[in-house]
Write a protein that binds this ligand. Sequence first.
Ligand code: GP9
Ligand code: MN
Length: 615
Amino acid sequence: MVYSLIFRGEILLEIFVFLKTILFMNLIKVENNRLFVVLLTSLITLGIIYIILNLKTNKKYSILFLFYFVFSVFLFANAMYFGYFNKLISIDAFTQAGQVGDVLDSIKELLNFKRLALLLDLPIIAAYLIAIRKNKTISKLNISERKSKRLLLTSTVTVIILFIYITTIGQIKAVASDEIYSFYTSNLINYFKKDNEVENFLTEEDKLEELIHRETQTNEFTAIGENRNLIVIQVEALQNFVLFREINGFEITPNLNKLVKDSATIYYDNYFHLVGKGNTSDAEVATLNSLYPSLEEPTNTLYYDNSYYGLPWILRDNGYTTWAFHGYKRDFWNRDKAYASEGFQKFIAQDDFVFDNYIGFGIPDREFFKQSLEYIKELDQIDENPFFAFLITLTSHTPFKMPPNEKYTDLGELEGTLTGNYIHAIHYTDMEVGRFIENLKSEGLYENSIIAIYGDHFGIAAYDETESENAGKITNERYDYDTMMNIPLLIHVPGENINKTVSTVGSQLDFLPTILNIMGIKNEKGIMFGKDLNGEFTDNYVFPMGYIKEGSVISEEEMFVRDKALFENSRAFNRITREEIDIEKFRDLSERALEEINLSNYVLKSNYIDRLLNE
Ligand code: GP9
Ligand code: MN
């Protein structure tokens, strides 16, 4: 009877460990070497359990439960993080745990039965271990210990054989990117190796030379916006696929659509976001500075005290006054510090607004625009020179929950889904952007300004199966990473007759050179990884990063999605037909992408711009 309890107990643990691992593998979307990944995680976990069962202490059941608890919570945390960021939690990312409280709503949205199931067996295991501990005869008989010694030996030998086999078939890198123990082992090794990285890059410095003071060519738009104020609106989670779409006759973004068609607007429809771990704040870094954001931690955290020479500094050197506006905590994403380094003279943040009726998090866009306009009037009065106002909206932030009085239609089958909520939120923000532009007109701040609008990053993830299916109902085609990362860029120069849709493939890196040329300003001192989107190009690519493995490539007609570990496990497709295509032709391009991202990383890591400015 006692033996059978223990026997059943071990079986119970074994079954739970295997089931939990399979569920976890499913949640983190492991596609390759699934059998190996499950076997390794389960056998290593059971190996640790058998070691604990062999301990010569009567606290071993408490230790066992503690281990099982930590293991379960760890898998759960990773499954939640994966749902948001499409990757496992790296050791670097643990340093950002402090921001979790601010995105609680988005986290709650990720809580579903499958993810919670990773924790559901904890009470059962606890009850079972308490039962064993109470029953003294079990420990006297020591049956469990003898048996678990045998099991420990078997699992250790199996794990070693598995590792040898996986190495011989060349899949070790792939397994180490998906299997939790291997992932953290290699992560830990890299974490301690990191300090040497800068030296390895030093040889690459000559490659930066060609990016310095990159000459922009004169084109039809050069200097059309000379001496005007610049108002840039970075819109939270605005994707391009919602433009010019109707759902049951309901136009999602009527104001942006109208602006795109306006004779004074250039619309870039093949424009992509570039964000790393710093999300919104990385979109700001890339856009303002024409640099790839860091892939390790938010750029604003790691490099807030670097020297920069991007849009705010360049405009200041040209007489502009530069202010940033955002209706949330001043120090969120370390903006207060980073903005000062990037050249903003003032940051109007949440504490500068008077409001207490929140939607989601932060000041609602309507109030944000209304009160920002008052500050912009003040900014305009500072001197005779033009100003630069950089506004970052917030209300259309995931999980996009709008109050009933701010929903303007019934979305039918999409109602209540994340995508449906997204449509409501974007519609609200579109309405507020439209209202803001009208108010600029009535305040006399419109005619002499340039207004640029773009999205910071996606709202609907291509790696969320249910929601990409929902988004696909709007786009009428398979929703993949290209649609997810495609954000609109509109540059509106009132009074000019320039209406055009530019389909040159570009990214947030390109904003700086593009807008500078339109403003007739040259970057005399800095460095730009981007290009003027209004120029002529033949061989043109975007090298995305962040929510997709770096080394991926987007061209006008194709997309290459690099696998997180092995080139051979990657995929590519035609962006028009959505059909799979051969990956081989992306081999060199993918290397070029990595090189370019590394080079930009070097600029940040070595504070290269500081040296450039002091030469
Ligand atoms: C907070 C806002 C949102 O200030 O920028 O950040 P996100 O979660 O989108 O990166
Ligand atoms: Mn954002």
